[in-house]
Design a protein around this ligand. Sequence first.
Ligand code: ADP
Ligand code: ZN
Length: 297
Amino acid sequence: MKRYGALEAGGTKMVLSCLDSQGNILERASLPTETPEITLPAIIEWFLAHPVDALGIGSFGPVDLHPTSVSYGYITSTPKLAWRNAPLLPVLRDALAIPVGLDTDVNAAAIAEAMLGAAKGLDSCLYVTVGTGIGGGLVIGGRPVHGLTHPELGHQLLRPDPDDPMPRGVCPYHEGCLEGLAAGPSLHKRWGISGQKIPPDHRAWEIEAGYLAQMCHNALMAFSPEKIILGGGVMQQEFLIPMVRAKTLELLGGYLEVREVTDGLKDLIVAPGLGINSGVMGAWILAKQAVGETIPA
Ligand code: ADP
Ligand code: ZN
C-alpha cells in the first residue's frame, strides 16, 4: 500500500503528514519554521522516519513554479529573509529520492476544494485564506493558474474605507493592498487587540468585510470563478461570510445577472468544503499527481 507525504510549508510552521491512497491521514507532525539550515533537515528526518512514496508540497511564497527554471522549487523574494532563495523542493527531493509535486499553499487548497470540496464538479474556483497573510489560489479550466509567477491576490490594491483609521495598511511593499488592510496582523495593529478578541459588534468587522467584498468583486470581474472559498483564521468569525456576501452584492450594483448572484451569493461565496483540511488534501493530491495517479471521484 502506497503512502503519500504532504508538506504544508508555512511562514510560521511546517505541517508534515503521511496519508494513505484514500487520503486518510496516518501520521502528523508540526515543526516551527526556523531557518532552512535547521528546518529542512528536520523535515527530511521526519519523512525518513515515516517513509512515503511521493511528496506533495503546498508552500508559502513567492516560490518558483516553472519546472524548467534553474531555481524551480526555490522560495524566491520572500520577506522572510532566511528563506530567500532557499532550495525547498530540490533539497527534499534529493534527500528523500522520491517524486515531489509542488504548488503554492493556496493553489494546493484550491485544487483540493475543486476536486473534493466546495467546488467539486466545477471547472473553476478561487480559494482565499485570510490569516497571517492573505493569499489566493485560482483554479480555472480544472487547473491551477501559474503564469508569469503565480497570482498574488493578497497584494491587489483596494479603495480605502473612509472610516478606516489605518487606510494605508501594513504591507511593507504597497500602500493600501488587501493583505496590508485585512490580514490578521492588520486587524491587530489597527485595533490594538488580536482578531480573536474583537467582539462581533465592533466596527472592525464592517471595515474587514468591506475589504474582503472588494476582493470578491474584483475576483468575480477578473476571473469569473464559479466559487469563492474563504478560509484561514480570520474567517473563523462565522458572521463574516454573510457580511462579505451583502457588501459584495452592493459593490456589484446589479451588474452580474446570474442566478448565483441574484440568489444573494450564498452558493458562490462559501466556507471551505474540506474545513481546515484543504491544504493537506491539496498537498496529498500533488503527491499523487507526482507519481502519475489521478484522484478517485
Ligand atoms: P496562518 O495564516 O499563519 O497559517 P491562521 O490562518 O490561523 O494561520 O491565521 C492567523 C491569523 O489569523 C492571526 O493574525 C490571528 O490573529 C488571526 N485569527 C486566528 N483566529 C482568528 C479568529 N477566530 N478570529 C479572528 N482572527 C483570527
Ligand atoms: Zn502588499
